[in-house]
Design a protein around this ligand. Structure first.
Ligand code: MCA
Length: 520
């Protein structure tokens, strides 16, 4: 199991550098060796235990990218509890939902002001303690751990049930509120083993980590991937293209993972032509479709070919282009070791022959057991014979490479983040002037897709696009907030009354932002 592998690495190679945290690249990094990582995780476990954390309890973590996040996450899982990472951009009303739904026992945050914490503690009484690391999280965390020695927790055995949930990642859905995908020790371990084999992780790898830690991509694929191999993670707390290129060259780094928006910002960074990444053995792209033109531009500019792969929160990594062999443009590659992938007619459930587009379905030890306290949604997510329905459409080529061809679910991917239109529409519809709304993704060079709202106002009501955006901003994380708002008098609907989003995309996506947005 992953935690066992990590503990053995910490004990056998205590001097190896696990993490170099870089906040300001002009200052020396904060270095944590594997031996220190183990000691800090043990102290954090002692602190959590003293706060009453029991196996199965949810520990919610909404902390900026740094060491306290990593210690808490690993410590919670090692106690048999469930780590629940939360996006630092979530607004208090989004947080309230997650804390209540998960019935989190503890909630660590370094982003909320005191007033918001007080309000949350009143409205989410299930949370026994909200621990605000309000100033510099690092020093506040050290003070929190001061009374605890690593020996206090050294005797706590590793969790022994591989099928116990250890991590919960909230994903939204086409209907209703977000749901927590439960990932078990077996899921995490299976995924890491697949990636270790496919990408040939090595202990002398140096990963430059620029992704957020609260998603599967940055947490499992990147951070866990490096830790599981005994490699070094250079943890850059904020992605900035020039700093990233500098570090990749000068450190030098061997592995880098990004989403297309990040790769685009790298190729477009001023002076990017001065950088070569030929020394790097693995630069991956995921979380969103990689445009063909970007694949070529990246290679021409930096001398290294991007490796595109495909995954989702419920299953970790599923398909990957090969490390050796053809990285096919426009393809997400081949099933990872231990992962089965098939293409099925979404209506009849029949297996489709190569070349035909159908739903991508996946099975393997990497796949989540389901959604937290949502037996109906869990049942709907799986076929009767145990395959996870991804909701993505794709085909298999005769030589085994898979290509994605769209989505059967109503989902927008913006800068690598999933945005479910229904969640944004629910908020828009709460606005007193809004009669109805529909949210669509419009193609966008920077973000891949741009969240766009088309709104019908109540008779006689008035609102400006800026007001509507502001209303959303107060209730939704910035990446979900519509970047453009158009007003119309009617939404196109089919005979069943369902809004025809493709008609809206045709009507609005080409419209320039300069055009007054109140015109239909
Ligand atoms: C930031 N903003 C965004 C996004 N990110 N808006 C739309 N989409 C986004 N993705 C907002 C900011 O809050 C800000 O809003 C404005 O856009 C400009 O922000 P900027 O400073 O340019 O953005 P940034 O902070 O530099 O972030 C861009 C980013 C980031 C680095 C590309 O979005 C990112 O780290 N994306 C990766 C997401 C990821 O890891 N996804 C994995 C999940 P305002 O001006 O209003 O404040 S999917 C996954 O895990 C699956 C399993 C998988 O397969 O990988």
């Amino acid at each position: 199991m992953f935690l066992e592998t990590l503990r053995s690495l910490c004990l056998s190679r205590p001097e190896q550098i696990a993490i170099e945290r870089i906040d300001d690249p002009t200052e020396p990094p904060q270095v944590v060796r594997y031996g220190e990582l183990e000691a800090m995780v043990l102290r954090t476990m002692a602190m959590l235990r003293q706060k009453g954390v029991q196996p199965g309890d949810r520990v919610a973590i909404q902390l900026g990218k740094g060491l306290p996040f990593i210690y808490l996450h690993l410590a919670a899982m090692r106690l048999g509890a469930i780590s629940l990472p939360l996006n630092t951009a979530y607004t208090p009303s989004e947080l309230l939902y997650f804390l209540q739904d998960a019935e989190a026992r503890l909630f660590f945050t370094d982003v909320l002001p005191q007033s918001a914490m007080q309000e949350l503690s009143m409205r989410a009484p299930c949370v026994q303690e909200i621990i605000g690391l309000e100033e510099e999280a690092q020093s506040a965390f050290e003070r929190l751990l001061a009374p605890f020695a690593d020996a206090d927790a050294a005797a706590i055995p590793l969790p022994d049930d591989p099928d116990a949930t250890c991590l919960m990642i909230y994903t939204s859905g086409t209907t209703g509120r977000p749901k927590g995908a439960e990932l078990t020790h077996r899921n995490l371990t299976a995924n890491l083993n697949s990636l270790h084999e496919a990408w040939e992780w090595r202990s002398d790898d140096v990963l430059l980590h620029v992704l957020p830690l609260f998603h599967v991509h940055g947490l499992i694929v990147a951070l866990h991937g490096a830790l599981n191999a005994g490699a070094t993670t250079v943890l850059l707390t904020r992605f900035e293209p020039r700093q990233t290129l500098e570090l990749l060259m000068q450190r030098p780094c061997t592995v880098f993972m990004g989403v297309p928006t990040i790769h685009r910002r790298l190729v477009e960074a001023p002076g990017a032509e001065r950088y070569s990444l030929r020394h790097m053995r693995l630069v991956t792209s995921g979380s969103d479709r990689l445009p063909e033109e970007l694949f070529h531009r990246f290679e021409e500019q930096f001398g290294v070919q991007l490796l595109e792969r495909y995954g989702m929160s419920e299953a970790g990594m599923i398909l990957s282009n090969p490390l050796h062999g053809e990285r096919r443009v426009g393809s997400v590659g081949l099933p990872l070791p231990g992962v089965e992938v098939r293409i099925v007619d979404p209506e009849s459930g029949a297996l489709l022959p190569d070349g035909q587009v159908g739903e991508v379905q996946v099975r393997g030890d990497n796949v989540s057991k389901g959604y937290w306290r949502q037996p109906e949604k869990t049942a709907a997510a799986f076929t009767p014979d145990g395959w996870l329905r991804t909701g993505d459409l794709g085909l298999r080529q005769p030589d085994g490479y898979f290509m994605l061809k769209g989505r059967s679910k109503d989902l927008i991917i913006s800068g690598g983040y999933n945005v479910y239109p229904s969640e944004v529409e629910l908020v828009l519809n709460e606005h007193p002037a809004v009669e109805a709304s529909a949210v669509i993704g419009c193609p966008d060079a920077e973000w891949g897709e741009q969240v766009t709202a088309v709104v019908v106002l109540r008779t006689g009501a008035k609102a400006s696009p800026e007001e509507v955006v502001q209303f959303c901003r107060e209730r939704l994380a910035p990446y979900k907030t519509p970047k453009r708002v158009f007003f119309t008098t009617d939404l196109p609907r089919n005979a069943l009354g369902k809004v025809q989003k493709s008609a809206l995309r045709n009507a609005y996506c080409q419209r320039s932002t300069e055009r007054p947005s109140h015109l239909p």
